[in-house]
Design a protein around this ligand. Structure first.
Ligand code: CTP
Ligand code: CA
Length: 226
């Protein structure tokens, strides 16, 4: 019976989740990326589906199976992810941006493989769009949750992102913690909301953290009678 109740928590809600890294190409055989494996976003998608949500998971290149009952959209670059998210934003009730989006991309992407030459080589980089910042600017009815990856001044840097990006809540991960963050099965995080709620989540599995985040979000969304 408890399981049944659990399943109702996000029933009828449209949940949009992003996961994984992005790849920014230099040429057909080279790209910039980061160590994200997508585990956190996939855990969120899996748990949201279990709670009865209608889940769309927009994922960068990862080696994970799609959780059952989840609609998955694969993307490669930050620009692809931006397009995929924007197309679905208006129809979403809850949006969780756990992807590790590249902040920069090569200014030029070459059509053909570059040949190496003697001496050094410098790549000029330009900024990608900050997807989450744009979501915050265009926010309507959506409950918007961001992530922050920090290695120092964890809480204050995270709080700045919450404010700057007009989020409803943020999950701040200390990515220099032992056994947590990129590629691990566990995370250590701080949950902060716009309303001033703060909770520290100790080292736990990403599936457990996902459940905690979704429970918090449901409580907050109820409070705002969404
Ligand atoms: N994010 C995004 N688009 C980007 C960069 C980041 O949507 N181009 C989102 C991430 O998905 C995450 C949040 O912004 O939810 C914070 O990402 P993070 O890398 O921690 O912060 P940045 O704002 O990029 O700042 P910095 O990397 O300089 O700390
Ligand atoms: Ca960043």
């Amino acid at each position: 019976e408890q399981e049944e109740q659990k399943e109702q928590l996000l029933k009828g809600k449209k949940v949009l989740i992003t996961a994984g890294p992005t790849r920014e190409k230099i040429d057909p055989v080279r790209f910039f990326t980061n160590p994200s494996t997508g585990k956190m976003g996939f855990a969120l998608a899996r748990q949201a589906a279990r709670l009865g949500a209608d889940v769309t998971l927009i994922s960068g290149p990862v080696k994970l199976d799609t959780p059952s009952g989840v609609e998955r959209v694969d993307v490669t670059s930050a620009e692809d992810m931006f397009q995929a998210v924007m197309e679905r934003y208006h129809d979403s009730d809850l949006v969780i941006k756990s992807a590790a989006v590249a902040d920069y991309r090569p200014r030029t992407t070459y059509e053909h493989k570059m040949k190496k030459a003697p001496g050094d080589y410098a790549v000029e980089m330009e900024r990608t769009k900050d997807i989450l910042l744009e979501l915050g600017e265009r926010k309507e009815h959506q409950y918007l949750i961001g992530f922050a990856a920090e290695t120092q001044e964890i809480e204050s840097y995270g709080r700045k992102k919450l404010e700057k990006k007009n989020l409803d809540a943020i999950v701040i991960n200390n990515v220099s913690d032992e056994g947590a963050g990129f590629g691990h099965d566990t995370n250590v995080s701080i949950w902060l909301t716009k309303q001033g709620d703060k909770q520290t989540f100790p080292l736990m599995s990403k599936d457990e953290l996902a459940t905690n985040i979704l429970q918090k979000a449901v409580e907050e969304m109820k409070g705002e009678s969404l």
